[in-house]
Write a protein that binds this ligand. Structure first.
Ligand code: NAP
Length: 592
């Protein structure tokens, strides 16, 4: 197709897609959209840095041929007021890979956000946000370096699908009536209504992308984040479909977290990626407390929106967070911040978000060495205190430079100082450090699997996961007074009574027993022996028994505690409270 305003660079070659794989020539044409507001400032600066990195990494053997595409205000000027020209869309498809600055959403009726339209029109169904820390960047965390995750956020459905019915509208009235009368739904009058579609199709293609990414980048795990304990048939189904996809399409390359513990004692078999899931609210805590345990995250639109900004903030990077919207063989990388109109044209703002999105773009087309040039130079320049205004105001003794000045400093570092061998060595060092950390986590998992599992936010599925392991016992010959003292000292309400003499079974004595069998019977607690009032035997379950089975056993025997055994040995005890607490904390989701 010939374009009206777009000019393809003469010496460049388009990327090709061969059998589903992207083929990148040494002189690829990549698209860029300057964007509005501060867009031109940051784009100009970044183009220079990306080019310098490519030149340095490949000594002139490779070169990007940039093709300017138009969206937003610059497009409106060229295409008679059209902010989103068809030929830009076509060119984005033709070129397969492009990068864009921020775009203003035109104010007024009938305008959808250009970013949203772009995602929909090109079916860019995965919003990919890699979040990692660069040394020197001001961060609110003590150890931001532990964060290194890539979030795959579903881009096309969920409550963002725009299926909403305003309170008081006719459509709302009709839908309310239908929900109440036909489906017996209950809600307050005049409630605004929205629909949350989550489909197996959209879920599976998103999770597929996340797993493919994890395999390609040798990541340790993919975590499905959901609120399935509350929204069973949307978020809960997302989780089930995610596991199903992993089972159906990546059986050889993946294992579930259940399998990791049940069959491998916490040791990840070589070459396997662990598929796990976490409840959405718990992942927010865990990303603060144990971020190193999360690697690739796949989640729905709304969770992903919140999560990507929250995690980016941990590494000090909401303003410098990179991102991309990716579909099948098409990717548009982007600055994740807005157009910051008050700084437009001032050569002032931080180009970090667009710059690092470009780094991910280089990685995406397989030019890892060029990507690494910038990854190595960037923290060095920031650490030296040469930064734009936004970082300068958070760093003591910094030298504030304009956008172009920051780019100059980077280019200087890349051109005058960095050797390709050094850059490769840094990647290898990072890899080694990562592997060491993994080995250390694995060691902890193998030593104390249950404790590690719970601490890492995994929901318990067997009684062995949540039982109390430190059993406090008493000799049946002790007095009830002594037993009560032990209970008070340990703030517990029951004690295990050891087998003794002709009694070969374990027993249990509870505070309730003391009241009903000693106090109520008007007996002297100093003289009554624990063995006399203990209940024997205690019902036993295997440590692999499911929580559901345990509940059934308790109801069947009308009891509140179970003794847990493994290979005939007593290993713990589980109470009604342990089970109820687990349900309260993790929700009641069927085991996968
Ligand atoms: P914004 O443009 O992101 O700016 C908000 C504030 O964030 C700025 O005032 C500035 O803070 C800081 N900031 C943003 N980019 C920065 C950078 N590169 N370097 C340093 N600081 C930066 O958000 P907004 O004002 O809400 O939105 C403005 C327009 O952008 C709207 O039209 C919106 O629709 C659009 N938007 C577009 C995208 C996109 O294209 N992807 C995304 C979001 C918003 P200080 O004032 O504290 O220095």
């Amino acid at each position: 197709m010939s374009y009206k305003h777009i000019v393809l660079p003469e010496n460049g070659e388009k990327l090709r897609v061969d059998n589903g794989t992207l083929k990148v020539p040494d002189n690829p044409i990549l698209g860029y959209v300057e964007g509005d507001g501060i867009g031109p400032d940051i784009t100009r600066a970044c183009l220079r840095v990306w080019d310098a990195a490519v030149a340095r990494a490949y000594g002139g053997k490779r070169k990007i041929h940039w093709c300017e595409l138009f969206m937003g205000e610059k497009a409106a000027k060229r295409y008679d007021g059209d902010y989103f020209p068809q030929e830009t869309l076509q060119a984005l498809r033709d070129l397969s890979v492009a990068i864009k600055g921020p775009l203003t959403t035109p104010v007024g009726e009938g305008f959808r956000s250009l970013n949203v339209s772009l995602r929909q029109q090109l079916d860019l169904y995965a919003c990919v946000r890699p979040v990692r820390y660069y040394d020197g960047v001001p961060s609110p965390m003590k150890a931001p370096g532990k964060v290194d995750v890539v979030i795959f956020r579903e881009n096309t459905e969920d409550v963002y699908a725009g299926i909403e019915f305003e309170s008081g509208s006719e459509a709302n009235r009709q839908l309310s009536a239908f929900l109440r009368e036909k489906l017996n739904a209950r809600f307050f009058d005049d409630a605004g209504l929205g629909v949350k579609p989550i489909s197996p199709f959209a879920t599976k293609r998103l999770v597929r992308k996340a797993i493919e990414y994890a395999i390609e980048h040798q990541r340790e795990s993919v975590t499905l984040v959901h609120k399935g304990n509350i929204m069973k048939y949307t978020e809960g189904s997302f989780r089930s479909w995610g596991y199903e996809l992993a089972r159906e399409e990546f059986r050889e390359q993946t294992i579930t977290e259940d399998e990791l513990y049940a069959h491998h004692g916490g040791k990840v078999p070589k070459g396997k990626i662990v598929i796990k899931d976490r409840i959405a609210d718990i992942i927010f805590q865990l990303m603060l407390l144990r971020p190193e345990e999360f690697d690739v995250i796949a989640t729905m639109n709304l969770n992903g929106d919140y999560l990507s900004d929250a995690i980016a903030a941990q590494v000090g990077g909401v303003g410098i967070a990179p991102g991309a919207n990716i579909g099948d063989n098409i990717a548009v990388f982007e600055a994740t911040h807005g157009t910051a109109p008050k700084y437009a044209g001032q050569d002032k703002v931080n180009p970090g978000s667009l710059l690092l999105s470009g780094v991910d773009m280089l990685e995406y087309i397989g030019w890892k060495e060029a990507a690494d040039m910038i990854r190595v130079a960037y923290p060095e320049v920031v650490r030296s205190g040469v930064v734009t205004y936004d970082f300068a105001r958070q760093m003591e003794g910094a030298t504030e430079v304009p956008t172009s000045g920051f780019a100059d400093a980077l280019i200087e570092r890349i051109e005058r100082g960095l050797e390709i061998e050094e850059v490769k060595q840094r990647r290898a060092e990072r890899r080694r450090a990562l592997e060491q950390e993994r080995a250390e986590r694995e060691r902890r998992r193998m030593q104390a699997p249950e404790e590690e599992m719970m601490a890492s936010g995994r929901k318990p599925t067997t009684v062995g996961h949540l039982m109390t392991r430190n059993l406090i016992t008493v000799d049946g010959g002790e007095s009830v007074d002594e037993a009560m003292k032990i209970m008070r000292e340990h703030a517990i309400s029951s004690l295990l009574v050891e087998p003794e003499g002709k009694e070969t079974e374990w027993g249990i004595v509870t505070r309730h027993d003391v009241l009903s069998r000693v106090v109520s019977a008007n007996r002297d607690s100093a003289r009554v022996k624990v063995g006399e009032i203990a209940t024997r035997p205690i019902v036993r379950v295997d440590s692999d028994a499911s929580l559901g089975d345990c509940v059934e056993r308790m109801l069947e025997h009308n009891i509140r505690r179970l003794l847990v055994e493994r290979d005939g040995e007593i290993v713990g005890m589980a109470s009604e409270s342990d089970l109820a607490n687990a349900v309260e904390q993790f929700g009641w989701v069927r085991a996968e």
